[in-house]
Ligand binder design. Structure first.
Ligand SMILES: *Cc1c(COP(=O)(O)O)cnc(C)c1O
Length: 229
């Protein structure tokens, strides 16, 4: 990335590496980047953006065009669901049944229906959040689950690979996520065509994720440059 690169040219370069049939969606991860930069990406045609903090989303969204599709990708505490449900089209980081129920209840209260992804933990790090694949299977197999969640639409799963330079380890993690996604679609979610999203892949590993069957990549640094925390 050189200083002469613009956000528009980086978006175009990334787009050129994704399948031309549109089977992989790009979420531009704008956390820690100002609204002015988001607007540059918007003007280049990007519509889906990812944020990871409730307060930051609530501060930026009103300053930006209303047809932006916000994806919430950060750890969400149950006491912060209200502003996120009000703004987000999709919450990708559902890491407990308690959070899923809290999002559902708030969406019903706001008269909304919100897309959700269950965050699956497959990486080696203990610190990574998410549900174990077996917990996701168990939850989705529960009779009457979807009917008990009128405020949410179960759209798929999200995951991250182990933070490592070992490409084969990263590939194995993405394969595990794809296997989980396929087994859910053949099992408890068979007959739910909208359970169609496997969100995996970030700046450093998205090409591997796409090769292993991702349908949605979440890219920040490669579009906006390094974050200023
Ligand atoms: C920050 C973040 C990203 C984007 O990471 P980059 O390395 O900047 O592309 C993707 N997914 C999640 C869950 C994140 O928190």
């Amino acid at each position: 990335m050189t200083p002469a690169d613009t956000i528009a040219s980086r978006l175009q370069a990334i787009g050129a590496t994704l399948p031309p049939d549109g089977s992989v969606r790009l979420v531009a991860v704008s956390k820690f980047h100002p609204a002015a930069q988001i607007l540059q990406a918007y003007e280049a045609g990007q519509r889906a953006f990812g944020e990871s903090r409730a307060q930051e989303l609530a501060a930026k969204a009103p300053e930006l065009p209303s047809d932006i599709e916000w994806h919430f990708i950060g750890h969400l505490q149950t006491n912060k669901v209200r502003p996120v449900v009000a703004r987000a089209a999709m919450i990708q980081s559902i890491d407990s049944e308690r959070l899923l129920r809290a999002v559902d209840a708030e969406a019903v209260r706001q008269g909304r229906r919100i897309g959700v992804l269950l965050e699956a933990h497959v990486a080696a790090e203990e610190s990574k959040t998410g549900l174990a694949p077996a917990e996701i299977e168990e939850l989705l197999r529960r009779p009457g689950l979807a009917a008990s969640l009128p405020g949410v639409e179960l759209r798929g799963i999200m995951g991250m690979a182990t933070l490592t330079d070992d490409v084969e380890r990263v590939r194995a993690d993405f394969r595990a996520l794809r296997a989980l996604f396929d087994s859910l679609r053949a099992g408890p979610m068979a007959g739910c065509p909208r359970f169609d999203t496997l969100s995996m892949g970030m700046s450093d590993d998205y090409l591997t994720a796409v090769a292993e069957g991702s349908t949605m990549v979440r890219i920040g640094t490669d579009i906006f440059g390094p974050r200023q925390y």
